[in-house]
Design a protein around this ligand. Structure first.
Ligand SMILES: C[S@@+](CC[C@H](N)C(=O)[O-])C[C@H]1O[C@@H](n2cnc3c(N)ncnc32)[C@H](O)[C@@H]1O
Length: 330
């Protein structure tokens, strides 16, 4: 493990042991017929490019299916696979490859990654701003950690309306809603009809920590100041619109259009694997997956049939290892 391997992933996968990998992310060349699909322009890549497009979509699907079949074999029974594609072939890939190999019941989710914004010049048709990532598991038992994202701004504006030196907060009711709460007067504020929802010691502690709101008038009701920073974000759904594509100025940019952002891989790896697990990327390109996997203490394997891709990935890995300070590694 922890190896970059040069070669057609079909051949390399055939040499791997069955049920040995926990997580696979693949970002194969899309069926888009665009020139930039030839990324590195070296012999291995150009040959594969010509092979794939010669026979149209059927050929592409057959080409990819052979490889996904091997990926399924090398996945552990608890393993997950994320296949990154776009509108050109996503319908075919889901129905003709993934449902057939993994089974419909192992389809977990279609993730929509918004990778760009609309541009003003799109007048004739709705601009496409998203890619698709199909998420399948090998069985019903798999690793999944919900990802928490930021709260919706509309909700925040409505609920977290207050601000002080410590930050943004909302006011939570301290009155007990059940019949018998704690009955005591606190700093001149009378208890509500059903009493407080916390005992006196807790009220004192919260007060010392600056978490109690005291209304101007003693007839007002004490409230609990719940600071936004102490509240977990909401669990992310399957529309990911908070990860920017690799920008022109980004430090991680290695300079080709299909490079995927590290934040995207970080989310997938954290969501579907544990430290020490093995992550495989059979179309590793510029090495995004393996760089992130190593930083997150996973074992990894990257395959690409382009010499340039393997060289760039290797360079990125060594640059990461040579960065001073652990802070850069997280
Ligand atoms: C879209 S790029 C991957 C980009 C990668 N996710 C990144 O962020 O850098 C696809 C890669 O697949 C490689 N490739 C194409 N056909 C292949 C094959 N049969 N086996 C292995 N790699 C292949 C290409 O050389 C290219 O580097």
């Amino acid at each position: 493990m922890n190896q970059l391997i040069l070669g057609d992933c079909l051949e390399v996968l055939k040499r791997l042991e069955s049920a040995s990998v926990d997580l696979i992310y693949l970002d194969p060349p899309f069926f888009s017929k665009r020139n930039y699909e030839v990324i590195w322009g070296d012999e291995g890549e150009i040959r594969s490019f010509q092979d794939r497009w010669a026979g149209g979509i059927d050929h592409y699907i057959a080409w990819l299916k052979d490889r996904v079949q091997e990926m399924h074999r090398v996945l552990k029974p608890t393993g997950s696979l994320f296949l990154h594609c776009d509108w050109h072939a996503n319908a075919y890939i889901r129905v003709l490859i993934l449902d057939q190999i993994f089974g419909e019941s192992n389809f977990r989710r279609e993730i929509i990654w918004q990778r760009t914004n609309t541009h003003n010049d799109a007048k004739k048709k709705i601009p496409n701003v998203a890619d698709t990532i199909f998420y399948y598991t090998k069985s019903e038992t798999y690793t999944y950690y919900p990802i928490r994202g930021p709260h919706n701004e509309v909700y925040l504006a409505k609920v977290y309306k207050y601000q002080d030196a410590k930050g943004r907060f909302r006011l939570d009711n301290l009155a007990n809603t059940r019949l018998r709460g704690y009955m005591y007067e606190y700093r001149g504020y009378k208890p509500p009809v059903n009493g407080w929802r916390c005992p006196l010691e807790t009220m004192k502690r919260w007060d010392e920590e600056g978490l109690i709101h005291f209304p101007k008038h003693k007839t007002g009701r004490l409230a609990f100041k719940r600071y936004l920073e102490t509240v977990k974000g909401v669990v992310m759904g399957n529309i990911w619109n908070d990860i920017q594509n690799v920008q022109a100025q980004a430090k991680e940019r290695i300079g080709y259009p299909t490079q995927k952002p590290e934040a995207l891989l970080e989310r997938i790896i954290k969501m579907a694997s544990n430290e020490g697990d093995t992550v495989l990327d059979p179309f590793v390109g510029g090495g995004t997956t393996v760089v992130v996997a190593e930083r997150l203490n996973r074992r990894w394997l990257g395959i690409d049939q382009s010499v340039a891709a393997i060289k760039v990935s290797d360079l990125r890995l060594s640059q990461q290892r040579n960065k001073p300070g652990k802070e850069n590694l997280q």
